[in-house]
Design a protein around this ligand. Structure first.
Ligand SMILES: [Zn+2]
Length: 131
């Protein structure tokens, strides 16, 4: 599996990473070697898409691409680290939150995969905040 496959799966709102056939280590990102044992014997692993918010940051100084989506000083966006129910952590955009009021966003809340599609661009890995 390569990064093209990873993004094809995301387009179908499926998060498919890898599992090491030697030590069982899971990764929700594309890897060619196991991050635990450096083995290269990996299988595809589809994740449930459910997880919890571990940490987050609200960003108001945004890259050009985000500015084109309307984000900026008046409309920050939220980026977080999601701990998947299966264990691995992954960085993703957090949706369904008011990033201008970060005090209303709580870590530990349930999240659900909600990939955002943008025309011809790569899909955006995002999770919907269910708190
Ligand atoms: Zn391993």
């Amino acid at each position: 599996m390569d990064s093209a496959d990873f993004f094809e799966n995301l387009k179908e709102n499926k998060l498919v990473g890898v599992q090491c056939n030697v030590c069982g280590e899971l990764s929700a990102e594309i890897r060619y070697f196991c991050s635990a044992c450096q083995g290269a014997d990996l299988s595809e692993k589809e994740f449930s898409g459910k997880g919890k918010l571990s940490t987050f940051t609200c960003i108001s100084i945004v890259p050009t691409r985000m500015a084109e989506e309307g984000f900026g000083r008046d409309k920050p966006y939220c980026s977080g680290i999601v701990t998947l129910d299966e264990g691995p952590r992954i960085s993703a955009r957090i949706l369904n939150v008011d990033a201008s009021l970060p005090e209303t966003i709580e870590t530990g809340q349930d999240l659900e995969l909600d990939v955002q599609l943008r025309d011809s661009e790569r899909p955006i890995l995002a999770f919907k905040y269910l708190g």
